[in-house]
Design a protein around this ligand. Structure first.
Ligand code: PMP
Ligand code: GLN
Length: 383
């Protein structure tokens, strides 16, 4: 294995899901739903396969999906992208992120990102030979946020891009307009590219709305806006994502994408195009269900003795394990199947400076109510 990848062994998601399978623990670790997406969308995928939509689609993606993504962004955010030249379909958001970093960062360039960060960011930055500059999100009045001065201090002469995830995995923070305005102002001032990971764009609660960074003045021209179908339509296994950006940026990403996968699977693209057009009521119901599941899990975790942080979006509740008498989340989560028959994710693995997140543990609530209840019942044993 090349030196630049040596710090990246098995991902925490693979480790913890394997641990759940091996021990029979309830898996509130890896974030994937245990119910299916909208039936009509699933039917479209079946039809696509049975009617011969099984060969290479065009490199940039099936035209129906590119058009549906462009229409979605116009309707939801007032952002217009040309489906021919400003939209690129990828193998999930993961490929979009990696291809964007590889396409836009020279070795030695710096990428600012907020820690704890989704694990693929560090690997994508390392693959590009670029350098990460983390800015730490810390709880303030129960909500994870950043210090604008710390953000400014992270930008230097070699900074090329800011990689922004909102709604944020794993903290559940949805950046406010004020927070996004700080990031936007800095990008304009220091001529940075923004790469935005918006995969939880529709999974926000309590009336909180997701605002894309690209909607801020001067940002559309410098933003690579990324999302995917996995979370919005409960099909994390379909790995269908997209990039929207001005031609000069999207062309760069596509140049890399040609040689990472060339193109993304065909049948899912047609089904997702259908869902983007016709399943907004289903998504609204999912969002309401998830909010209720969040509350259910939060209440159970609080009863079990955790300090609990209320997320405004995503699939995840962040907790502090210190009130239970534990200090190390990695040791705690490795022991948790034996202690209580539950699997969770140690947040510290998403930091450059793990000591800053040592005591945080993430639980997923994108599970059926009976699964959440079973987990919560088991966790009561920790008291
Ligand atoms: N970004 C974030 C913040 C995520 O939580 C995930 C995981 N689901 C991804 C990207 C990856 O998305 P995809 O499955 O579409 O590659
Ligand atoms: N995004 C999901 C999570 O954060 C899982 C992604 C993965 O397994 N790589 O839990």
């Amino acid at each position: 294995l090349v030196a630049r990848m040596r710090e990246f062994g098995t991902t925490i998601f693979a480790e913890m899901t394997a641990l759940a399978v091996r021990t029979g623990a309830v898996n509130l670790g890896q974030g994937f739903p245990d119910t299916d997406g909208p039936p009509a969308m699933l039917q479209r995928a079946i039809e696509a396969i049975s009617t011969g939509c099984n060969q290479y689609p065009p490199g940039p993606g099936v035209p129906e999906l590119r058009q549906a993504v462009a229409d979605h962004h116009r309707e939801h955010y007032g952002l217009s992208y040309d489906p021919d030249g400003e939209v690129l379909v990828t193998v999930g958001a993961t490929e979009a992120i990696a291809a964007s970093v590889l396409a836009l960062c020279e070795p030695g360039d710096e990428v600012v990102t907020f820690e704890p960060y989704y694990d693929s960011y560090a690997a994508a930055i390392a693959l590009a030979g670029a350098v990460r500059r983390p800015v730490t999100l810390r709880p303030v009045d129960g909500r994870f946020t950043f210090d604008p001065d710390e953000l400014r201090a992270a930008v230097g002469p070699r900074t090329r891009a800011v990689l922004v995830n909102s709604p944020h995995n794993p903290t559940g923070t949805v950046f406010t307009r004020a927070e996004l305005a700080e990031i936007a102002a800095l990008c304009a001032e220091r001529d940075l590219i923004a790469i935005t990971d918006e995969v939880y764009e529709h999974l926000t609660f309590d009336g909180v709305e997701h605002v894309p960074l690209a909607t801020f003045p001067g940002m559309r021209e410098r933003t690579v806006m990324i999302s995917s179908a996995g979370k919005t339509f409960s099909v994390t296994g379909w790995k269908t994502g997209w990039v929207c950006a001005p031609p000069v940026l999207v062309n760069a990403v596509q140049t890399v994408k040609q040689f990472t996968t060339f193109t993304a699977s065909a049948p899912w693209q047609l089904a997702v195009a259908y869902a983007l057009r016709h399943e907004s009521a289903w998504v609204a119901a999912l969002r309401a269900e998830l909010a209720a599941k969040r509350d259910r899990l939060m209440a159970g975790l609080a009863r079990a003795g955790f300090e609990v942080f209320k997320p405004a979006g995503t699939y995840f509740v962040q907790t502090d394990i210190r009130p239970l008498g534990f200090t190390d989340g990695l040791a705690f989560t490795r022991e948790l199947p034996a202690l209580a028959g539950v699997v969770a994710i140690p947040t510290q693995v998403f930091y450059d400076r793990p000591e800053r997140g040592r005591h945080f543990v993430r639980f997923a609530f994108c599970k059926r109510e009976e699964v959440i209840d079973e987990a919560v019942g088991r966790l009561a044993a920790l008291r």
